[in-house]
Design a protein around this ligand. Structure first.
Ligand code: SAM
Ligand code: SF4
Ligand code: SF4
Length: 390
């Protein structure tokens, strides 16, 4: 493990006066052990809590053109912040190789994220490489992206042509002045709406629109967001503000429980619940009775779904995290490239598969279920959302 690189302090979100210390822990990791014996091909891989591996989220850059106060506060991610060098990032070939090995271990959904994934040069080429991957039985793998949509109007058609299936767009307010305060980079709502329209026209449907709800910051935007997206074909998703990382000064009283989100919408519209679309789905799904809108509520804080959590997360520099709240990563890049300093040799695909299977097999993370048991801030420092991509 290398030492933390920099320290800093940040005011919390738009609202609070509290200051909290942060430390950059991007390097807390160890190299996965390569077992002598590879797991049987096609066997069901489960972790210690019986959860299988289904989703891989791949963060492809630590850079972003937004400075959302709850994710990359400007005081920390400023001109002096040391972003990773290009040579530290996994190359497209390395990402494709890893994704292929993960598909061999049962992954059926890939999501590109970041930072802002559309900032990575040539991202369409990466999409084309990932879209060509097939499961052992020849099935294509679901391929999606989460984006702030600032560049989506320009890129949607090329992404679709390259083989992307769907996009999820983040939009925390429909009020332009508030949205600009939240993204803290003067991006207008209209640019995001243009991106959503371009994605829909290109066929990246259904477009999902994620709103992270912070009590007292943007919770008054729930009803206007519903009104705006009714009849648009987009699916709205309200996400509870989470205590990811250490820079956003999260407090429980900033979380608006999903139950309250649903109650507020139900006060204006007749609703009915929908069945989960897939096992392990994080969103509780709802629809307005008039058929004008589907929306989801993701209760990561108030109703944790760890027991169904089937996701792994890969950082842009090849660290694998088994939980959004992890403080420790698995340095897979060392196995891809070899790392003389750590005394590690590069391995072939079979060894890589065996090492990753072992890592997943030993997983017992369930942070959200345990959140209430330790006083907040008493636990180890954790990786930032902009590093593992949500
Ligand atoms: N830049 C892209 C975007 O914003 O869509 C992708 C990366 S961003 C880290 C992924 C998602 O994480 C976004 O929807 C963002 O709103 C969400 N997010 C970031 N910090 C969060 C937090 N503390 N709680 C809940 N969601 C968060
Ligand atoms: Fe950038 Fe997305 Fe984080 Fe906002 S939420 S700062 S757009 S990475
Ligand atoms: Fe999965 Fe960790 Fe979130 Fe639980 S807290 S749902 S284990 S990512």
């Amino acid at each position: 493990m290398q030492p933390a690189r920099r320290r800093g302090f940040v005011d919390n979100a738009l609202m609070s006066e509290r200051t909290i210390p942060i430390v950059d822990h991007r390097y807390a990791s160890s190299v996965p052990r390569v077992p002598a014996q590879a797991p049987a091909a096609g066997g069901l891989l489960t972790d210690r809590l019986g959860r299988s591996l289904h989703d891989l989220r791949i963060s492809i850059t630590d850079r972003c053109n937004f400075r959302c106060r709850y994710c990359m506060p400007r005081e920390i991610f400023d001109g002096n912040y040391e972003f990773l060098r290009h040579s530290d990032l996994l190359s497209f070939e390395e990402i494709e190789r890893l994704a292929r090995v993960f598909v061999g271990l049962g992954v059926r959904k890939l999501r590109l994220t970041g930072g802002e994934p559309l900032l990575r040069r040539g991202v369409e080429d990466l999409v084309a490489m990932l879209a060509a991957i097939r499961s052992d039985d020849g099935e294509p793998i679901e391929l999606t992206m989460t984006t702030n949509a600032s560049l989506l109007a320009r890129k949607a058609a090329a992404l679709k042509a390259a083989g992307l299936h769907r996009v999820t767009v983040s939009l925390d307010a429909i009020d332009d002045a508030l949205f600009r305060r939240i993204n803290d980079a003067d991006f207008h709502v209209s640019a995001v709406l243009d991106g959503i329209a371009a994605a829909q026209a290109a066929g990246l449907n259904p477009v999902k629109v994620n709103m992270v709800v912070q009590r007292g910051v943007n919770d008054h935007q729930i009803e206007p967001m519903v009104e705006h997206f009714r009849g648009s074909g987009a699916v709205l998703r309200f996400i509870e503000f989470m205590d990811v990382g250490n820079t956003n000064g999260w407090r429980m009283d900033q979380v608006l429980p999903s139950a309250e989100v649903v109650a507020r919408i139900a006060a204006r519209h007749a609703l009915h619940a929908l069945q989960p679309a897939a096992p392990g789905e994080t969103a509780e799904r709802w629809a307005l009775d008039d058929g004008s809108l589907e929306f989801g509520a993701i209760s990561s804080v108030t109703q944790p779904f760890c027991r169904d959590c089937n996701r792994a997360r890969l950082s842009m520099e090849g660290k694998l995290y088994l939980c959004l709240f992890a403080s420790h990563g698995h340095d897979v890049r060392a196995l891809l490239r070899g790392d003389a300093q750590q005394g590690v040799a590069a391995v072939d695909d079979d060894a890589l598969r065996a090492a990753l299977a072992l890592v997943w097999g030993e997983r017992d993370d369930r942070y959200s279920e345990l959140r209430g048991l330790a006083p907040h801030g008493a636990e180890e420092r954790r990786v930032e959302m902009s590093y593992i991509g949500g």
